[in-house]
Write a protein that binds this ligand. Structure first.
Ligand code: NAD
Length: 320
């Protein structure tokens, strides 16, 4: 088990929860984030801990990243990097592919480069359902061929590839986790976040992208973090690839929009923009098989709809 780890994207939504988890487990945590989407407020508690070292830096700025590692890697050897820095705005990456090349792929490439230089043996990578494209059916870790339909998915798949290639060169172990849609407190993006922001601006009407029929599994960030840490501690193959998701359930965009209106702005009218996709590159429906995760010994407790309602309330509390 890593006594000391580095988290890229540490001030982001999932990264900041992961920082809190490792600190709670008594570990020393190094965090970096360029604050493109990350927020210092997400690290409010963590920054008070003597076991947490944070620096605002861009992972692709190798000079600053190297200096950071040089300054700290000697204190206690870093055993693992949790690589979460990426572009999480899929629509922005669709409009400008450079965003995903730089923030989603090159951050992985450069993180591996410095891991080799500093002899860090383990990586845990935040991958995504978007790598499966529009395969359909219950997606297992063996599903293929993998033909992503977004630049984001393409650069995540390329990142998985560069990680498995690094296993041949210097890496000792890799954990690749394919997340579904993740929601909860401290969200920096996503449908619930967008709905609440729109309703704050105009509590009488909610614009919803698509026709509301898009249907995806939603997982609460607390369950995701639990599963990530569990698998890291339990699964010890050289390469450990897992889908992490709620068990069989999914939520429609219509359900999310209606629940958000009910909880945040009762009476607001819904205006659907139409079409089966929310945006270019949107995989409008997918379903995960999590048999491998359950066989490993971890099962989610919340359904997708329960998760969505919990997250709306949490994000509402954040917003006020
Ligand atoms: N939230 C989801 O539903 C979801 C689903 C699938 C995969 N993921 C993946 O999980 C990870 C975390 O996602 P999140 O939802 O917390 O998003 P997020 O945007 O809140 O977190 C990503 C963080 O990375 C930082 N970052 C981006 N480029 C950087 C760079 N060049 N150098 C340093 N920091 C940089 C951002 O500022 C941000 O704080 C990402 O890799 C994302 O692709 C998230």
């Amino acid at each position: 088990m890593a006594k000391s780890c580095l988290i890229t994207g540490a001030a982001g939504f999932i990264g900041s929860h992961l920082v809190d988890k490792w600190l709670a487990l008594g570990h020393r945590v190094y965090g970096v984030d360029n604050m493109v989407l990350g927020k210092r407020a997400n690290l409010g508690e963590a920054l008070k801990s003597p076991n947490f070292v944070f620096q605002e830096l861009d992972v692709n700025d190798l000079k600053s990243f190297r200096n950071f590692l040089q300054a700290h890697a000697k204190e206690e050897p870093i055993e693992a990097v949790w690589h979460l820095a990426a572009n999480s705005d899929i629509q922005a990456g669709g409009a400008n592919p450079d965003i995903d090349l730089e923030r989603t792929f090159l951050t992985t490439y450069n993180t591996l480069k410095l891991m080799q230089e500093f002899g860090i043996p383990k990586i845990i990578f935040a991958s995504t359902s978007a790598i499966y494209g529009e395969l359909g059916g219950a997606l297992t870790e063996q599903s293929g061929p993998l033909h992503p339909i977004s630049n984001y998915g393409a650069m995540k798949l390329a990142s998985e590839g560069i990680i498995t290639a690094a296993l041949e060169r210097f890496l000792k172990q890799a954990w690749i986790y394919r997340f579904p849609n993740v929601v909860g407190s401290r969200a920096t993006h996503g449908a619930i976040y967008d709905f609440l922001k729109k309703l704050k601006k105009n509590p009488t009407e909610l614009e919803v992208l698509g026709d509301g029929s898009q249907e995806k599994p939603y997982l609460h960030v607390s369950e995701l973090i639990e599963a990530m840490v569990f698998l890291f501690q339990k699964e010890q193959k050289r390469l450990n690839v897992f889908n992490i998701a709620p068990d069989g359930s999914a939520s429609t965009v219509r359900f999310m929009a209606e629940a958000t209106v009910r909880l945040a702005a009762p009476g607001a009218k819904m205006r659907y923009t139409g079409g089966s996709k929310g945006w270019v590159g949107d995989v409008s429906k997918f379903q995960y098989s999590i048999e491998k995760l359950k066989t490993a010994g971890w099962s989610p407790r919340l359904t997708s709809n329960e998760t969505v309602e919990l997250a709306i309330n949490e994000n509402l509390a954040n917003l006020n």
